[in-house]
Design a protein around this ligand. Structure first.
Ligand code: MCA
Ligand code: AMP
Length: 485
């Protein structure tokens, strides 16, 4: 397989990355990643302490050049989730910035500090030839149990990024602006590897702010913006009193939203203030990108567009029959097939087998197709999966974490609509001592410490008992009534 990043092989003075004041050209990135790649060559797998910094980008590119599968770690991962990921993926080293303070959970692992100046003699050898070789292992939540490691090959990454090149007319002249975390597909593969594959540039804001977007887009030089709906919602909220933000969005070439549905209301507010359409694309950690509204087509709020080049998409009924009708009404589960798909869940042949119907991957997303083939997502099969701020979160893992708290006797977790986050995590708790329940904050801290801050409940309701049927099965739909009962 040819190089993942041709512009890196060529080397040049063109800008590749900017994180705050830190800028690297293609020549500099090639040197830094080459030197680091030489140091880690031969390591089975490496973990990357995925802060939103140039160090993370250099570490991941180094691993890809060296053919060493990389596992990006959320630097806010709590102790239990971190232990699970390390135990499951067994990295031989962790790559981190020299100033990063790593948690004790990583103390046993050899640490390699990332030098973004590329000092040292090493140069990476040839990139692996095998397109099927694993490139990244990205952890993602399911309905129950701890997160699963999604093994992504070089083939899948290249295929998905090249299909987006076509749909978005993405070129080396594009400067992508974003503030997404670098431990998920959206921020890392689309947001960092995407521009690098095209030979263009990425500017990362470090942390999301509307002011940062206004500064970097348009006159600031940025041509594209990637964000989750929560970010576009906050932008839409700010537009009215912020002419500089309106100018910045109006001047951008492409605004892309993904990871969850962007509400029509936010599409409309942004459209009305700027005349610009936000393009939605639909993807998943296991499939990378499946569909997008092609750039330049007429606005379609609420639609995720057409299958990308190479991606086959079908809708399937509960009993497995394929829906023939493109009638904009018949709802089926989305299944996809194509070169963009993952290889397997790490160490989970059972889960991998269950996720496929032959060669077709079952997404769990429910959709309709319009007569012209456009896909509209209408819901999700599993009610126990919550999408909050664009993060996928399994209700089961939070319930287990809550049950570990000594003051909790029973716990159930649901998602509630939230204008900012899309969905908000709600915990329903029976306290061990109903006279002295723990505080909501204590429970949120407990979950954040074990799992991750974005998995913490934002609302906690205390109940005397959880509603159950005669068989003792929890009735989640009856929880709101139980509150008033
Ligand atoms: C608050 N914080 C806490 C606690 N409470 N920390 C520890 N314990 C607590 N109890 C801290 C947080 O760490 C954070 O710190 C700050 O308070 C706010 O955190 P949070 O509430 O999570 O932030 P938010 O305002 O809700 O964030 C909104 C967001 C974020 C910026 C939109 O949700 C986000 O970045 N989402 C992106 C998700 C994403 O990339 N998904 C891609 C996966 P501090 O202030 O220091 O930060 S989906 C995917 O990849 C597929 C392929 C796809 O289709 O894209
Ligand atoms: P993750 O498993 O975290 O990679 O998230 C993938 C899931 O995010 C998909 O299965 C969808 O449910 C959801 N998703 C991603 N993009 C969109 C979108 N544009 N509209 C609606 N849902 C989306």
């Amino acid at each position: 397989m040819s190089a993942l990043f041709p512009a890196l092989v060529a080397g040049s003075d063109r800008p590749a990355l900017r994180f705050g004041a830190q800028t690297l050209t293609y020549g500099e990135l090639g040197r830094a990643a080459g030197a680091l790649g030489a140091r880690i060559a031969g390591t089975g797998r490496v973990a990357v302490w995925a802060t939103p910094t140039a160090e993370t980008a250099v570490a991941v590119v180094a691993a890809l050049l060296a053919g060493v599968p990389a596992i990006p770690l959320n630097p806010r991962t709590g102790e239990r989730e971190l232990a699970h990921i390390l135990g499951d993926s067994a990295p031989g080293a962790v790559l981190a910035g020299a100033d990063d303070v790593l948690p004790t959970g990583l103390a046993e692992l050899p640490r390699i500090d990332v030098d973004i100046l590329g000092r040292g003699p090493g140069r990476a050898g040839a990139e692996p030839d095998d397109p099927e070789s694993p490139a990244l292992i990205v952890y993602t939540s399911g309905t129950t149990g701890p997160p699963k490691g999604v093994v992504l090959s070089r083939r899948a990454i290249a295929a998905s990024l090249d299909a987006l090149e076509e749909s978005w007319a993405w070129t080396e002249d594009d400067v992508l602006v974003h503030a997404l975390p670098l431990f998920h597909v959206h921020g890392l593969i689309l947001g960092v590897l995407g521009p690098l594959r095209r030979g263009g540039a990425v500017r990362h804001l470090g942390a999301f702010s509307v002011a940062g977007v206004a500064r970097e887009l348009g006159a600031g030089g940025g041509t594209m913006l990637f964000g989750v709906p929560t970010m576009y919602h906050r932008i839409a909220d700010a537009l009215e009193g912020d002419p500089a933000l309106v100018r910045a969005l109006t001047a951008a070439r492409l605004l892309v939203s993904g990871s969850a549905a962007l509400p029509v209301h936010d599409h409309e507010r942004i459209g009305a203030a700027t005349g610009r359409t936000v393009v939605e694309r639909y993807g998943m950690t296991e499939t990378l990108m499946n569909t997008s509204v092609p750039v330049g087509s007429r606005p379609r709020p609420g639609s995720v567009g057409l299958p990308l080049r190479g991606v086959e998409l079908r809708l399937v009924e509960e009993d497995g029959t394929e829906l023939g009708a493109y009638d904009g009404e018949s709802v089926g589960e989305i299944q996809v097939r194509g070169p963009n798909l993952f290889t397997a869940y790490l160490n989970r042949p059972d889960a991998t087998a269950a996720a496929f119907d032959g060669e077709w991957f079952r997404t769990g997303d429910m959709a309709v197709r319009e007569p012209d083939g456009y896909v509209r997502i209408v819901g999700r099969k599993a009610t126990d999966l919550i999408k909050s701020g664009g993060y996928k979160i399994g209700a089961g893992e939070i319930e287990n974490a809550l049950l570990d708290h000594p003051a909790v006797r029973e716990a159930a977790v649901t998602g509630a609509p939230d204008p900012d986050l899309g969905e908000r995590i709600v915990a329903w708790v029976v306290a061990a001592d109903t006279e002295k329940p723990p505080t909501a904050e204590e429970l949120a801290d407990h979950v954040a410490g074990l799992l991750a801050p974005h998995k913490r409940p934002r609302t906690v309701h205390f109940l005397r008992a959880l509603p159950r049927n005669d068989m003792g099965k929890l009735l989640k739909k009856a929880l709101p009534e139980a509150l008033h009962g």
